[in-house]
Design a binder for this molecule. Sequence first.
Ligand SMILES: Cc1cc2nc3c(=O)[nH]c(=O)nc-3n(C[C@H](O)[C@H](O)[C@H](O)COP(=O)(O)O)c2cc1C
Length: 449
Amino acid sequence: MQGMILSALDMLVPTHQTSGLWRHPAAAPEQYRDLDFWVAHAKLLEEAGFDTVFFADVAGVYDVYEGSGRTAIRAGMQYPLLDPLLLISALARATTRLGFGVTANVSWESPFLLARKFATLDHLTGGRIAWNIVTGYQESALRNIGGGLLPHDQRYDRADEYMDVVYGLWEGSIAPDALRIDAATNTYLDPDRVRPINHRGQWFDVPGPAVTLPGPQRVPFLFQAGSSPRGIAFAAKHAEALFFAGTTPDNVRPLVDAARGRLAEEDRAPSEMRTITSVTVIAAETDAAARQRYESYLRYVDEDAALALFAGWTGLDLSTYGPDDVLEEVHIEGNRSALQSFTAMDPDRAWTIRDLAAHMTIGGRGPVVVGSGETVADELERWMMESGVDGFNIDHALRGPDLTAFAEHVTPVLRRRGLLQEGTGTLRSQLTGADLLPDTHPAASFRRG
Ligand SMILES: Cc1cc2nc3c(=O)[nH]c(=O)nc-3n(C[C@H](O)[C@H](O)[C@H](O)COP(=O)(O)O)c2cc1C
């Protein structure tokens, strides 16, 4: 088996995809605001063999459940939150090879300013920055930012044009040889090697030129996570890693196959887009000790908060359903993959609202793997074999205890089995062997000779 991509999934919030556990005696719900903690945590992840730490982000309150944000706010459910982009330089300073995935939403970030921010971080991280491209699903965010949430597929159409703008700014505006720093001719940059992009489209008018010199990767490593058909089509065109979340390997396999099929239609090789699925890991010295910690977690879960999160994702107010009502595939304009995980992707099971609430309390849509290092490593290998994914977003119930236990118990087993990659250099070179995107990627068509 080839190496396993390991990404630590996180968010700068009291509680990310696990509800109620901030009340557990081992929890540290204030830790997300503590820079010293994050620096120490990034070092832990790097030593534990993670390729990246990946920060999710939203900009609204989960206010669909009972038509109000009260449940999510009370529970600290992805609220309140800090902006993850502002954390990255400090983590880069403390590490040498860990990559940093950061979510930024094309429905409200200006493409010109986003290109500048990620180019800046590409320099400051030595080429270790990745961008998780999201189109979003929260009306509550856009209510404050402006513009309104477009219909689902139109969000992706607009995102395609957005990508043309940022590719133009990163690849097509300041030529790689523009930087002269030549005192004799008084030329810092060669003005003949800097040009506008003159983008005029349906959604954006951006003349350029770019104002930030592209960094070592020129284009940040590109993550994406939509697994609706339109989401997969977008990913197959642009993404270098596609994130899934599903309850079993059998449920994730069709998404992996669909994504690889679409990739071929875009004339991209299978190795040009990795697939990564979410798994919550609770490890310990022995299976029994891990199970005991897991059971202690179960005593604190908050099912209302879990339903508030799912309602916010999908736009379905689950407070209007009975506990034994079955979740059905219905048309939604929100996060289609989230609903799909418990409907179309799991055709043999009828998920009731009660089942959904219980499953969602720890780790959201993904599975929870509980056990010793050997047990966890076996299960991760089984997932890779049966679903076809290339790696994992490792989620946690309690960030500190679960990631420390992963480093202590799971990492040594993965290392012994030769599954960790642990390269050096830019993130793209660690994951693909090259600093820049290949010629088959659409960004390359914007490239200046
Ligand atoms: C691991 C993972 C992380 C995600 N992180 C974010 C995020 O930080 N912000 C966000 O708005 N959406 C996030 N999403 C949601 C996706 O970007 C996307 O909106 C969702 O999967 C629905 O897309 P679809 O309707 O095309 O399936 C994430 C999804 C997954 C599986």
